[in-house]
Ligand binder design. Structure first.
Ligand code: J81
Length: 283
């Protein structure tokens, strides 16, 4: 809202697949709030900058240093995990996911996090200066964590990446990408008829697409009355950093006339989009 500074979390995700003792791949991606800023594909030795402002305020030298750290990390990580798999008798295939990042708050404060998931379940976090098991993590993990914590060099590097590098990068990105992050893009909306849910019944579809940011309100209405049986799909990404949503209503064929779809979005400044179902199209 106006006047109050808002926060945009910066998140780095790592997806590592270990298919068997020899086949593995690791991909990385970074997001500033809803916008993907970086990609780091398996096999590529450089980070891909997805936005013109993805370099933030880091110098070419700083990017080179970071890239070098990450390159060493990627191969060490793969080797470490393969060794853990042997030590802990883990059965292939398995997936590891890392989520790390930070969020800057007004007045130079920032909060960082690093979480690791094994087969989709949170198992390890980095807290302060140590690796720690997640609550309810399986006991076999303790041996891995004990090993990880012996490596003081890595702990110091992770700590400095989380508490210095991340907030620095995030605030530079925020400054450089502010206008794109805060832009407002208006949705387009259209109606269609879905597959018939039964005899003498209609599925009315209201499609809303091309909006940014993500929060949106869409309802089927009869006059001023919300239709509570409105079914809302997931908000899905378009390829251009805008969003798409489909909202449906099942009605008796005779009751479709008089229904409308109403869309509220921050870009519309209170001027809701209202589309009326054309009774003549229902058959
Ligand atoms: C199946 C078991 C699942 C268990 C879950 C494990 C979670 C793994 C989390 N661990 C890591 O992500 C670190 C992996 C790599 C690390 O262990 C080190 O091998 C690696 C190299 O370290 C060596 O060189 C360093 C200098 O390059 C230091 O000298 C260090 O002391 C030395 O041991 N460490 C790094 O690459 C550090 C960078 C970490 C960046 C982490 C970002 C997520």
């Amino acid at each position: 809202s106006e006047g109050s500074p808002r926060n945009f979390p910066f998140r780095c995700l790592q997806i590592s697949s270990f298919a068997n003792t020899t086949w593995t791949r690791t991909d990385g991606l970074a997001w500033l709030w809803e916008l993907q800023t970086h990609a780091w594909r398996n096999g590529s030795d450089s980070i891909h900058f997805l936005k013109p402002w993805s370099r933030g305020n880091f110098s070419p030298q700083q990017w080179e240093d970071l890239q070098h750290i990450l390159g060493v990390y990627r191969s060490s990580f793969t080797r470490d995990i393969q060794e853990f798999a042997i030590m802990l008798s883990k059965v292939y295939p398995f997936e590891l996911q890392l989520s790390a990042g930070c969020e800057a708050y007004p007045g130079n404060a920032s909060e960082s996090f690093l979480h690791v998931a094994f087969q989709g379940t949170h198992v390890v976090s980095f807290q302060g200066t140590y690796w720690e098991p997640a609550p309810d993590a399986p006991l076999w993990l303790n041996r891995a964590i004990e090993e990880l914590n012996k490596d003081q060099g890595t702990r110091e590097m992770v700590q400095s990446l989380l508490s210095d590098t991340c907030p620095q990068l995030a605030s530079g990105l925020l400054e450089a990408g502010k206008s794109e992050l805060e832009q407002q893009v208006k949705p387009k909306a259209w109606l269609s008829q879905g597959p018939s849910p039964g005899s003498d019944r209609l599925q009315l579809e209201c499609h809303v697409s091309g909006f940014y940011p993500k929060p949106v309100w869409v309802m089927w209405m009869r006059g001023e009355q919300d239709q509570p049986e409105t079914q809302r799909g997931d908000v899905l990404p378009n390829a251009d950093d805008t969003w798409y949503l489909r909202v449906t209503l099942d009605v008796a064929a005779g009751e479709a006339a008089g229904l409308s779809c109403r869309v509220k979005h921050s870009s519309l400044g209170g001027q809701d989009i209202v589309l009326h179902w054309d009774g003549s199209r229902s058959s």
